[in-house]
Ligand binder design. Sequence first.
Ligand code: AP5
Length: 217
Amino acid sequence: MLLGAPGAGKGTQAELISEKYRITHISTGDILREAVRQGTELGRRAESYMSKGELVPDEVVIGIVAERIQQPDCANGFLLDGFPRTVAQAEALDKALTERGLGLDAVVNLEVDEAEVVRRLSGRRVCGQCAAIYSSADVGQSPQTCESCGGALITRSDDQPEAVQRRLQVYRQQTEPLVEYYSRAGILERIPAAGTVDEVFATVSESLDRVKARSIG
Ligand code: AP5
């Protein structure tokens, strides 16, 4: 599972981890944004919270994840990105995993200061079709279309400065307590995440390789 403030780099690292370790990436943010894009009932309900930087109610996201982790592509493991985000969600996840005889191997906490996450979010563009993530540096070097699918690059509505400030506040109040929650569970991996994407991924990989070796040995 990946933990960290908005803009810490969870989605970016999740793609790299999912590719290297061949596990399914589950991003509650991506699932909710896709529902908004398709105009489903879930999407309409979620949008009112997301655009303001508020959390979608626990029972909604818990239901989404409980269903998602039962899909066949999760049989060999999965990587949760953006879930859990509250203690109630963490407790519901523990229960859902225990019922299935599963457990979390590691919680990777990406640690970056707030000034850096604000800087990263102010430059972020995402593909409106496939959700690929771009930084201001990437966008400066190429046209405003996605390299993988050709979709248009857009700014997320919750990357507006007001919503970013609210997301950071919500993170401090509701999500940061999970650092202590998973530290007490003995599965927290603290990753300094202020470096480049490759530098952070090298540290994440070292940490996950250590966890893997421990679980095999
Ligand atoms: P979600 O999509 O999960 O947003 P978030 O947690 O706020 O995280 P972000 O996606 O903004 O950032 P990230 O850490 O993934 O960073 P990224 O890799 O993109 O959730 C959105 C909303 O959905 C929530 O606010 C809520 O409303 C709802 N929601 C979702 N899950 C929920 C839940 N469980 N419960 C309730 N509500 C929920 O990187 C950011 C930028 O930095 C990019 O431009 C990237 O290119 C760049 N970058 C990344 N790494 C580096 C680096 N090392 N150096 C320089 N630039 C970098």
